[in-house]
Write a protein that binds this ligand. Sequence first.
Ligand code: NDP
Ligand code: 2IT
Length: 438
Amino acid sequence: MRAEIEHRNPAQPEFHQAVHEVLESLAPVLAAREDYAQAAIVERLLEPERQVLFRVPWQDDRGKVHVNRGFRVEFNSALGPYKGGLRFHPSVNLGIVKFLGFEQIFKNALTGLGIGGGKGGSDFDPHGRSDSEVMRFCQSFMTELQRHIGEHTDVPAGDIGVGGREIGYLFGQYRRITNRWEGVLTGKGRSWGGSAIRPEATGYGNVYFAAEMLHRRGEDLQGQTAVVSGSGNVAIYTIEKLKALGANPLTCSDSGGYVVDDKGIDVDLLKQIKEVERGRVSEYATRRGGSARYVAGGSVWDVPADIALPSATQNELGADAATTLIRNGVKAVSEGANMPTTPEAVDLLTAAGVAFGPGKAANAGGVAVSALEMSQNAARDTWTPARVEEELLRIMRDIHHTCYETAERYGAPGDYVAGANIAGFERVADAMLAQGVI
Ligand code: NDP
Ligand code: 2IT
């Protein structure tokens, strides 16, 4: 099947990687379930239900016209409307969007909240662009995307390069063109339909997941040191929740380098630099004073710590980094980003007995609160932050329990990768079986 997948989807290495990992976990399930094979469930799952590619022309502040590519891959809607983020980053191509959309199917199934899987984005780079340029780009992007999405069809959200500002511009253009106020995007502002705790949810959820893994080993977060990569939405709220639960997050990073702060990252300063000023982590070290230093280039995984939470991008933690983390005594790795750990690194970590939480389970808190935002929009209701956070904690504990229990049931105790892949797959596969050959 491996060769067939590569042949049918040429030059999409990230998609191949994501698929191979899932298929490896599914071997015992597929061996036991002839009905899945008969109904070609896996073959159908590997083929997106619909893929939309479009041109996005826009004008910069000097009047020059640029052309980017837009993508939306509507992968699977057996469990609910397509749901998943939009990524704006120069590296975005169809293979990356497909890997993210494929992961999203199983992640969303694990939340138990009735959402299908999809993903989209563009090779547009928002770094260094003015607000007006970002607005014009978002308006052009949505002018085409709007005909493919809707509250009951496909509900995008943020991902790398897409935060509250971009969701605002995208939502405004959707509403203008369609003349409908509907919950077509999540991650909206609190005062115009956004859910409390959505910006925090991915990072908070990942810390809850890491805590659950430690509890299974008779430990908790109190006093544990942590290395976190990235300095965007997921990293910032991972650091915030680690501190709130008594751990000590020592690092953050961006594509230029990393910061290590012996006193623990000052979240208010990091938010000021990243969220308000849209600056770089190098500025953090300068402004923090004595306890922090900036390392240009280099690997954040060189910093010794008890737990590691990769929160930047795919394949950012490879075999060398895993070896260093193990040598430094890491106890748990929990993925805030999507597929940040390479397959070789996952093998090394699990062979060394490190608890490993795969992204499709550990970072599902973001999309889970997105689904809660959809519920609030549908009911024209607004929940309190306390209510949303209580739900988030319950969902993350439930996902952890499901993965743990499923891995045990299939004879792989403690293997959260197998548990997440199998449990997510079973929910989608059973829905597809029930809904016939479509
Ligand atoms: P942001 O755009 O807010 O932040 C991204 C961070 O990662 C930045 O610090 C960025 O640095 C760094 N980064 C991005 N690309 C690269 C790269 N190629 N090499 C090195 N560093 C890079 O994105 P998010 O925090 O939202 O997303 C981070 C990860 O979490 C992604 O994998 C995303 O798919 C995943 N995720 C996000 C969710 C969400 O709700 N937002 C939900 C679940 C998962 P720089 O500025 O230098 O590019
Ligand atoms: O990877 C992800 O789960 C996200 N970027 C969030 C998706 C969402 O719809 O909230």
